[in-house]
Ligand binder design. Sequence first.
Ligand code: 5RP
Length: 229
Amino acid sequence: MNVEEMKKAVARAALEFIEDDMVVGLGTGSTTAYFIRYLGEMIEKGKFEDIYGVPTSYQAKILAMESGVPVLSLDQVDAIDIAVDGADEVDPNLNLIKGRGAALTMEKIIEYRAGTFIVLVDESKLVDYLCQKMPVPIEVIPVAWKAILEELSIFNAKAELRMGVKKDGPVVTENGNFIIDAKFPRIDDPLDMEIELNTIPGVVENGIFADIADIVLVGTKEGVKRLER
Ligand code: 5RP
């Protein structure tokens, strides 16, 4: 299996957790995109009834609408039964780094509240510790970006303001904020670091998702592996 096939395989495997009448948090990114499309196909075939998706981004919302998944916002539902999303890194305790797609704040708002949070990754995302390969994305209030960059130096982080592609200047999130990508030497205590970063004034949210994932479905060359906390 190549990486694309692994993404499709975990997205298909995630459908097994879906039941009629569920409210499903819809993640952001290329792997979850397959899940949203497959979910739409199942709804169209009548395999699932009364499913509603709560998207974590415009990408997820538009894709859900195109795929025939009825969409509601978080404030229109009483609870999120299950959420399905990708990740940039997964450590051995199933702590995550997320936010390459700059949707980390809405992802955390929804996935924190989900009855079950299922993560879909290919095996390249498994790491020994967080920040082994990827930086931690941090959503910040725009005017505070420079001060926060300097403040991150106490953690020995290599931090930079994320710049747009096909847009001049910085990436602006769906909440109107900037993203700083901070590469820390290594993160040994993800929960502690997640909490500490959020105490910096001007930080809206950061991309460490400690103790939130319930199940990680990993696409490997041999097939889909299931990791559970
Ligand atoms: C977006 C995310 C994505 O879920 C994460 O970047 C994984 O994306 P992909 O499935 O495309 O590798 O956190 O903010």
